[in-house]
Design a protein around this ligand. Structure first.
Ligand SMILES: Nc1ncnc2c1ncn2[C@@H]1O[C@H](COP(=O)(O)OP(=O)(O)OP(=O)(O)O)[C@@H](O)[C@H]1O
Length: 540
């Protein structure tokens, strides 16, 4: 994230340097005002009151206001633009990621990173500029104190250096504490997701509800509270010692310990100048926790970006893109000795499919049967180019192909199909055509087609699948894949699916692969294969 801010495309970006320059100027303006006021106050003390200091004071004020305004405006714009670039980049990475990567990611964590972490960085833009200005102002005022009284300058500088070293020695543990608290916060956020997603289950079972709330959610929220308090406590310790204590200690040293040969007028100037340090020190102390949180958020966003980078394990499979001139016609696809493995974090195989040999002819209907967990859905994901095979080959009309490049051949209705509100990537069909399909699928009364969007309130699972079927028909691809599509349909519609809709698709030259348990309708298929423990059995 910070690389994206300061070194996009591996080159130092001009805008943050410009913001830094403007902040530096604003600090010059601010400290000039302090010095002018100090000098004028000294003269007042000596009984000389005249207005010679007023024009430079006003000039410094105008200079400060203009440069600070430019720094803030440009800085905030820049941070927001960088965040937008970042969100687009991650959005792009997400859509181009492979299914296996997405399955390995924690969705709650992605939401938190894309929303809360980016928000923390966005909120810190102005605070960051104020902190930088404060640091410069402190340096200028200390330099002025140096010029006025080198001994006082040494005292301030020495004690500030000690406070910086103290802060630095604590930074690592503070950073760790913030990381710990934020990870637990993300877990808590995930668990609130369980309350909403599993609301029905929790509502219906008092025991489950109580157990989940008292023995899981509350202890977790208690842990988050404790971790947040720990962060606050650590920060308070650093803050009070390194900023506040050191400031007052420096002031006390100057007031009480300066040797008597230092003239009173000089002492007065030093004390008055040090009063101008209080505001920047206060800004540092208030803003540093926010900046540290934003820093941690930046690291978390970097981590997400890395997780989404295409893993080299996926090799050519992931590198493949849609061909410029995609093929839509084929006679047969042969699957030769194909194997796919699910692995755990240590790389051990937890389930595998194959080696598998199968021939799929264009225009035929293939049914895939098998018990729960036998590997039907996994095989379909591999066939449709969503999972990379570990070994083996797909051969289309005699030529070996990378299936990921041929995903465009398929229209799929998965068991957990997602309904988009519009028909993305499809040339807008006529209203008559869509209404005819809604009618044919018996959901015309539930779903309205308006201005290129499907509008509906709540659909049952069977109705959702019917709407997905319509989308698949409109996509008009050569191969249709249905993963237990008929499982949620009523007997009448199930019959219509097997005995009317599928034969109609076949008559239009479409190839159909369907995972199904409906043995009554196996006569519709040209080929039925049975999956068992990831293997194809011949007794289908
Ligand atoms: N993302 C995954 N990571 C690891 N293992 C998985 C994953 N998805 C499925 N499996 C495992 O792979 C095996 C096959 O699952 P799959 O979903 O392909 O079976 P299925 O035949 O479609 O079952 P069902 O009829 O219940 O839908 C199961 O043992 C399952 O636990």
């Amino acid at each position: 994230m910070f690389k994206l801010l300061f070194f996009p495309e591996n080159k130092l970006s001009f805008t943050p340097v410009f913001v830094l320059m403007m902040t530096f100027m604003a600090a010059i303006g601010c400290s000039s005002m302090a010095i002018i006021v100090n000098e004028a106050a000294g003269e007042i003390l000596e009984g000389r009151v005249h207005l010679t200091h007023l024009p430079p004071f006003l000039a410094a004020l105008v200079f400060f206001v203009i440069t600070k305004r430019i720094a803030l405006r440009t800085g905030i714009d820049f941070v927001e633009q960088t965040l937008e670039k970042y969100l687009n980049k991650v959005g792009n990475q997400l859509r181009q990621a492979e299914l296996m990567q997405i399955e390995n990611l924690d969705k709650g964590e992605i939401y938190v990173k894309m929303t809360m972490d980016t928000k923390k960085i966005s909120r810190t833009a102005a605070a960051g500029i104020n902190v930088i200005q404060s640091v410069f102002t402190i340096l200028f005022v200390v330099a002025y104190i140096f010029v006025t009284s080198p001994l006082s300058g040494f005292i301030f500088l020495g004690l500030f250096m000690i406070s910086l070293l103290y802060y630095q020695s604590y930074r690592h543990s503070l950073h760790e504490a913030i990381h710990g608290a934020v990870s637990k916060e993300t877990e808590l956020f995930d668990d609130f997701g369980h309350v909403l997603d599993g609301f029905k289950e929790l509502k219906i079972s008092h025991e489950k509800n109580e157990d989940f709330f008292h023995n899981y959610l509350r202890p977790l929220s208690d842990t988050v509270k404790r971790l947040r308090i720990r962060v606050g406590d650590k920060y308070a310790r650093v803050n009070v010692f390194s900023f506040v204590f050191m400031f007052y200690l420096s002031l006390g040293c100057v007031v009480f310990l300066l040797p008597s040969y230092v003239p009173v007028s000089v002492r007065f100037k030093v004390i008055a100048a040090s009063a101008f340090l209080w505001d920047p020190i206060n800004i540092l102390s208030v803003s540093m926790p926010e900046i540290l949180q934003a820093y941690v958020s930046g690291e978390r966003l970097d981590q997400l970006e890395q997780q989404l980078q295409v893993s080299s394990d996926l090799g050519e499979f992931a590198a493949s893109t849609r061909p410029e001139d995609p093929l839509y016609d084929f006679n047969e696809i042969r699957i030769e000795n194909l194997r796919f493995d699910y692995t755990d974090k240590e790389g051990n195989t937890t389930f595998f499919i194959g080696p598998l040999n199968l021939t799929l002819k264009a225009g035929e209907i293939l049914f895939l049967k098998g018990g729960n967990g036998s590997g039907k859905s996994t095989l379909l994901k591999m066939l449709t180019g969503l999972y990379p095979p570990r070994s083996g080959a797909f051969v289309m009309d005699g030529t070996e192909i990378n299936m990921a490049e041929h995903r465009h051949l398929f229209s799929v209705v998965y068991t957990d199909c997602h309904l988009f509100d519009g028909l993305y990537g499809i040339e807008s069909p006529s209203d008559e055509k869509v209404n005819e399909l809604l009618n044919m699928m018996g959901i015309f009364h539930k779903v309205r087609w308006q201005e290129g969007q499907f509008r509906y309130s709540e659909l049952s699972t069977g109705q959702r699948k019917r709407l997905s079927f319509i989308t698949a028909l409109l996509e008009d691809k050569p191969i249709y894949v249905f993963d237990e599509w008929a499982a949620e349909q009523d007997p009448e519609f199930r019959k219509s699916f097997y005995e009317k809709l599928l034969p109609e698709l076949k008559a239009r030259g479409k190839t159909i692969i369907a995972a199904t348990h409906d043995e009554h309708y196996f006569h519709v298929a040209d080929q039925v294969i049975k999956m068992e423990y990831g293997q194809v059995r011949s007794d289908a």
